[in-house]
Design a protein around this ligand. Sequence first.
Ligand code: SAH
Length: 415
Amino acid sequence: MVEPSVAPDHRIAEVASGLAVARVILRPRKARPFYGRHPWVLDTAVAQVDGSPADGDVVDLIAENGKFVARGVYNSQSRIRVRLMTWNPVQAVNDDLLRNRLRSAGSFRGSLGLDAPEGAARLVFSEADGLSGLIVDRYAQWLAIQVNALGMAMRLPALLPMLVELTHPRGIVVRTEKGVPQSEGIELRDGLLWGELPDGPVFVEEHGLRYGIDLAEGQKTGFYLDQRDNRRVAANYMHGRRVLDMFCYSGGFALNAAKHGSATDVHAYDSSAKALALAKANAELNGIANVKFEQGDAFDVLDRHAQRGHKFGGVILDPPKFARKRQAVEEAMRAYHRLNRLAVDLLEPGGILVSCSCSGHVTREDFMYMLVGVAQQTKRDIQILEQRGAAADHPVSATCLETEYLKCFICRVVS
Ligand code: SAH
């Protein structure tokens, strides 16, 4: 079992009250984004701290003129010094607030029809659900959570029983994202937080396909739930086509194309042997035989197909995040351009390109202009048929656009 970081008793009492123990004063002319309900107060916006809050404490955010702006959770170890939780001066940031937000997030997923016992869904998506730094994914009877804020890590002793009451899981595991614990000062290791671990993979159903999820070692929290509907919709364009799925992970796009799209055959690649083992097991689980999985680097594989003069009716590109930082965007755009160009070169006239980016720093517009550049350089007419984002259980907060990160463009290369 992993022990969540637990504060001494008197501190728990303070945190539980949800009252501000200190005031964080903003620098002159820095209040606007927070009046605008953006939840991240960066260290550079802070002039001074009145009082001596401990990390994880509730603080009030005060404008230069002394007026209350919002209330949130303090962390001296993070560049995000305060994560704002409420703009209502009489609302406490306490267990009631957490419980209400968990409930509301959970019942919304239920209203989307994502509460089938064998199903999988993101129940909580951080800022988009008013719970900055907390992600909760449900895989059938297990929950996989990601804690990206120290304040949430400290509140795990309160959050876990709430999640248990709300979802009756058999077990709750925590998965950490690379670099996040260090940047927030969180001491959490991947592992079981509550209940029991599954004996092997957890099986879930999505759009009529079954998948085994490796809760301990899978990528992210085990599965890319955000692509649920894109996998299914992309398949609609694949009828009777030979399809390439270049970053297949556990096989989602490839299996949908084979089952729902009746693609003639699908060649799926991933650079990770572990991912391919999951994907092959999933193909077998669903009795799908016309998908061939192979290990390889997408750029090399596309080059190789081009050299051999192969052509395809559909290419799916769902690469990992190319831009981890804002400074890396330019380089990332070159990589997206190269990748998409290689893919377009392999498409026969009328071919379908499904091209995704999960880099939050790359905007939808950047991505679209990348496609413009590819059309110009390849001298192929490209039609954009659909511009999609993440599934509805990954909402975008209108006042925290950092929660929009996934782009999925479905295009047709006309001639
Ligand atoms: N489409 C998948 C998710 C893809 S995630 C789904 O719907 O589930 C991105 C995948 O790209 C990961 O599995 C990762 O192992 C793989 N990957 C990373 N770099 C790669 C490369 N250069 N070539 C091929 N695969 C790569």
